[in-house]
Design a protein. Structure first.
Length: 266
């Protein structure tokens, strides 16, 4: 059983919803990413989504775009991100880590080489925004060979037949984008989210995480009542940006916000 599957099984037995934070690796400087990851775990998160910096993050809003820019100032590469996961695994073998990013860096490395290196580093899954299942014919076997889960996005506009296609290819969990737009958008409609999740559950037994638009503890608590996981990104990255000149303050600030969310969800 994968780390992701084991984590969701544990949470299901406890009657709890997963809390999944997103941060961009290397933001605002590479040396603090691993300490932030450990601080988030201590605050009660269940799975970490670690962003691979990319120069054209098309699914992301301005907040996460700027995070990639800050990380790329330091030339943070996919190899560097894998090194961060490897360092994290030196003292944490339990918390699943999912890499979130775009296809170009993976294609440069090569699918087989990426999957082998990611598995060796301790990565558990990959959410690659710009490779849909219909075009993942070479990518999926490489991930499967090394026990990595392929995590795909489902949008509010995704129709039933395509939901089935996505769910058949997916592993770990399915990521439902709760809003039309980019990361950091507003106007979260929990009733509408619940309706779409019920449709998705008709196509898969995988857990469903919900992200985009979850800004505070109240939103996290509301979504946790209908989803298997709550994914929080822009709210955290905004704090990283605000504290980028005082990097030692970042980990405590993110831990405080995540602990507040965890309490509200429980």
């Amino acid at each position: 059983m994968s780390r992701i599957a084991a984590k969701f099984e544990q949470l299901r037995a406890q009657g709890r919803t997963a809390l999944i934070p997103y941060i961009t690796a290397g933001d605002p400087k590479p040396g603090i990413t691993v300490s932030i990851m450990h601080a988030m775990v201590k605050a009660g998160v269940d799975i970490i989504e670690l962003g691979v910096p990319f120069s054209d993050p098309m699914a992301d809003g301005p907040v996460i775009q700027r995070a990639s820019e800050r990380a790329l100032i330091h030339h943070t590469s996919l190899h560097d991100v894998l090194g961060m996961v490897r360092e994290f695994r030196m003292t944490n073998q339990e918390t699943p880590v999912v890499l979130m990013g775009y296809l170009n860096p993976i294609e440069v490395m090569g699918y087989a080489a990426f999957a082998a290196a990611a598995a060796e580093a301790g990565v558990d899954g990959a959410l690659t925004v710009d490779i849909p299942p219909e075009e993942a014919g070479e990518f999926l076997p490489a991930l499967n060979k090394h026990g990595l889960d392929a995590i795909f996005l489902i949008a509010p506009t995704t129709v039933g037949s395509r939901i089935e296609t996505i769910c058949k290819a997916a592993g770990g969990f399915v990521y439902y984008v709760s809003l039309k737009g980019v990361t950091g958008a507003s106007h979260l409609d929990v009733a509408g989210v619940e309706q779409k999740l019920n449709e998705i559950r008709g196509a898969t037994d995988l857990p469903i995480g919900v992200g985009f638009g979850i800004k505070d503890a109240a939103a996290a608590a509301a979504v946790s009542k209908v989803a298997d996981a709550v994914v929080v990104g822009s709210a955290l990255v905004s704090q990283v940006e605000a504290l980028s000149d005082t990097p030692d303050a970042i980990a405590p600030a993110l831990a405080e916000l995540l602990a507040e969310m965890r309490r509200a969800m429980d």
